[in-house]
Design a protein around this ligand. Sequence first.
Ligand code: NAD
Length: 412
Amino acid sequence: MIIKPMVRNNICINSHPEGCFVSTREQIKLSKALAIPGDGAAAEPPKLALVVGCSGGYGLSSRIAAGFGYGAATVGVSLEKAPDKKPGTPGFYNNLVFDRDAKSAGLFSRTINGDAFSDETKAETAKALKEIATQAGVPAKIDLLVYSLASPVRTDPKTGVQYKSALKPIGPAFSGKTLSMMDGTFGIATADPATDDEIASTIKVMGGEDWELWVEAMDKEGLLSPQTRIVAYTYIGPEHSWPIYKNGTIGKAKEDLERACRDINKNYADRGKICRAWVSVNKALVTRASAVIPIIPLYVSCLFKVMKERGLHEGCIEQILRLYRDRLYAAGSADPAKVPVDEAGRIRLDDWEMRDDIQKAVLEKMEAVTDGNVFDETDLAGFKHDFLEVHGFDVEGVDYDADVDVGAYQDS
Ligand code: NAD
């Protein structure tokens, strides 16, 4: 079949296998430049890594950089759909090419397709980690645990109750300018204030509870060690986005993620069971999860324009390479207290995004942009490209007029 992108309301409902392959391989290429610190004062790079939410966005880059950058054996967990008569989800193809290329490169990897929130998936993952460690000839201790889930729903494993997350403001209703990425037209997005139930449900889905359950499950299986470094991702963003993000339902969930980080450190690091857990504040980027947040297409299009002009632009892989090289495994990082953090103990990869000069220029652009100048004044083209690329489209070197045998892309 010939596969062309099907996009509605900033959501793409299909994917292109070959494009996902090429795009993932591009990240693999970039991650090979990740230097192993030869410095005794740097933490030892991971030999065994677990990435929860491994198939796209920040999680995929985290797995690629650990595997192909540091040579770690990796176990990845994600929830993706395999192709039947239609193409599978992009993450299915990203995982497939990751495992294939890892094998060719002599790296050990296992990908688990399952609901990360369930006890069964956690048990299956623990078993896989032990098997992969044996195959790779490394201790069955997780050196790096990355938690990078973005999900709209979660079933509580203890009660069986399903919770749905909401992207809503708390307090006054939200109204803000939005941008349709496909044609560059503006609209107004509105969102009613969240109810108390919606706030609590969003915390259940995107807060820190499941992260803590992962750490607990891995500890029970004896997979943690005083070398284990644990990280989960968050976003803060500029003040004008706070009504819908930081001060909204998702912001409350992210506050809970920070609460969980403190508790994990109290319960495990202080008892010498792990080295430490961190929350890393990452840059706003185009992923499947982020494109549906109302302010993101306009803000990110302006941000990309400004950051590219100043030579400061990064994608997921560049952010994660910086996380490993200059933070988690930087010079001096053998002592976890030397990992650079802000006053609240968070790793900041949004430091360049949040620079005063960058934010000032972005805000000016956001106020000045109109239908007439949107393609000149902003990097909407770059946003659109990244969005399509996340789904395997608009990738250089891929022939989109060629017939695709969807059935040929299956687990071998
Ligand atoms: P993404 O949509 O690209 O990836 C989400 C991952 O979660 C995928 O691997 C998906 O398969 C997996 N997943 C979802 N539900 C699952 C389930 N039930 N079981 C197993 N796996 C499941 O998302 P992303 O944008 O990379 O976000 C990852 C994290 O990074 C989130 O915590 C997000 O808040 C944070 N973050 C994102 C941005 C951004 O701009 N995208 C910025 C800063 C922080």
